[in-house]
Design a protein around this ligand. Sequence first.
Ligand code: CA
Ligand code: CA
Ligand code: CA
Ligand code: CA
Length: 374
Amino acid sequence: MDRPVSSAFVGIFLGLSVPLASASAQDPFWLHPYNFFGEETALTASVNLGDLDGDGDLDGFAVNGRHWIQQDEVFLNNGLGFFRSARNAGPDRATGYEAALADLDGDGDLDAAIARDLLPVLLLFNDGAGHFSEARELGPVAQARSIAAADLDGDGDLDLVLVQRGEANRYFLNDGHGRFGVDIELPGAWQTIQVAIGDVDGDDRADLIFSNRGGEGVVLYRGLTEGGFAEPTLLGGELDMEIRAIELGDVTGDDHPDIIAGGMGAESLIFVNDGDGGFAQIERFGAEADIVFGLALADFNQDGMTDIAVANGGVRNRVYLRDGDGFVALEVGDEASDSYNLSVGDLNADGRPDIVYAVSEGSNYTLINRIDPD
Ligand SMILES: [Ca+2]
Ligand SMILES: [Ca+2]
Ligand SMILES: [Ca+2]
Ligand SMILES: [Ca+2]
């Protein structure tokens, strides 16, 4: 059963919205009262985007609870970029940090694999209309913090990489029908929080990059052409900084994916890809005030250069627009928010990438991109 989104909250907010309304005419990232969604008590850890009900617009899949027990939710886009109705995702309340949205069973719709704290992964299969009632568990009980889907073995179906804080991270190979009979532990164990996947060295094999808490740095596992992964490499040596967020994408403009690592009380890092998947050069960006829990990449101002949006815990969120060799910083979003993660996608189909912030102790919200192309 679908339910309307947060009308009580919006009503209260509208009564107090004078500063917002006056600022909104100029804001490059528009925060309308209808952009807030989800209960403030839901402890949302992440909201991922995908067309879940098959009507062509991007919907949100919110994983709620973190290491407490809450109900995950699907938020449906009304076609104009607003999440105005919600439904439960999955049959039960549980812990949870993140969902990978991918067609796991090969029937053409997006399914969800959810990383849950001290519970196995939950696989939820989409009926094609955005209902996730068929559930199956996968893997061991661990402090799962993140999960991502990619074709790791090159057989055309989407496999899963699971982050297990304090234990070996692992991956599961798909048989093409959403069954994951192969479960492999990667060597090494860290306080891993996030994973990014992509081909950094151009051999058409997916490589894995993990970010670790506690000053344990950033670790790269190269995918091997014969299958499996090489022994891990620690990037940048002993970095002596707290890193939770990791992303992969070409920021320097040479078409080779760079590795972006978020700083917490420190500037963030770009490990610059030398074109062969070497990362000896490190650039810094951002502010020492940033407390980066999440990173997302997009060309927000459509100038051909990739920009970086960060989700900050306890301080203002920021978007860093790439400008030559540096960045121009924009403060964005709700001043009061304490963001835990973010996603990027074109919510209102105007060609401009918008932002969704997941707020653990407050309402989630979207920001509609209104930057005119250069
Ligand atoms: Ca949709
Ligand atoms: Ca499917
Ligand atoms: Ca595969
Ligand atoms: Ca740009």
